[in-house]
Design a protein around this ligand. Sequence first.
Ligand SMILES: *Cc1c(COP(=O)(O)O)cnc(C)c1O
Length: 354
Amino acid sequence: MDIQVTKVATPKPRPPEAELGFGRFFTDHLFVMDYTTEKGWHAPRIQPYGPLGIDPAAGVLHYGQAMFEGSKAFRGVDGALRLFRPQAHAQRMVSGAPRLCMPTPTAEQMVEACRALVRVEADWVPKAEGTALYLRPTLIATEAFLGVRPANAYTYFIIATPVGSYYGGSALKPVRIWVETVEVRAPRGGLGAAKAGANYAASLHAAVKAKKAGYDQVLWLDGQTHELVEEVGTMNLFVLLGDTLVTPPLSDSILAGVTRDSVITLAREKGLTVEERVLSVKELRAAHARGALREVFGTGTAAVISPVGELSFAGEPLVVNGGAPGPLGLELYATISGIQRGTVKDTHGWLVDA
Ligand SMILES: *Cc1c(COP(=O)(O)O)cnc(C)c1O
């Protein structure tokens, strides 16, 4: 791609690394590329960060043709900038977009765009342990037309935000989980396997309800029987049952997490048995009752590993590992964040230079 770069005249002041949080500060530039059915993908460019001129009739605003990605670039202990599994993230958008009738740039173009933006924003990549530059590639329908059909014009853009350590530099903090038995994140046959904005819209109401009841996140069950566990918040779910690590199998209602894949790979290398299979609430309860529910954790790019300290089934709490993070979750967190920072050898080719 021939990416046109227009730099800002005056870069913004950098926020202190201790105050980054998640998604609060945006870098000086963004990557943008447009699509029309006549021209295909064209005009790749990096330009000053700012509002996108969008027509009020644009498809994304009415019928929700929108998808996004979330990946990270890291400053290694050697100072070099690297992206973690950018190809897997790009490929996920390529795979998910047809369900929303959306065209995408190629995975190679998306990786190239991410790398180019990270190079332009090199000074924005924080240094402290646990920090990263989070990349948010987004794909939206921009054609101004109110008929109900897939749009003929799209914009792909990438914004970047320096993010702090999810756990503020301290130990992993276990979350308390509300098991949602009425509302559904994604039904079978729906958009659940695509990182579509609509799945997040569907999840907000139960998340607010859970927060009000004093919980951190929602455990999502399947939409047909409301008995099978699917995901936790915006993360994939793992359960250590005895000596076996279990995660629900991928389906069209579960998002194929890149962290999920990394965890399965690393856990198998550590000699653990990993099963991708259906897991019911009943089985979790029974395992808890006989003391076999050893660990529960969520996996995702933002937190890497998020230990679950408690699952609440309609007022009946199951406390996991005494409410503390378990050793397996801690070990996987240390391995993945070590690879990302360059202190643990990357034997899988997961890191890509910016
Ligand atoms: C993004 C996301 C995940 C985690 O995916 P990663 O690639 O590991 O960041 C899991 N579940 C849902 C619903 C998601 O949107």
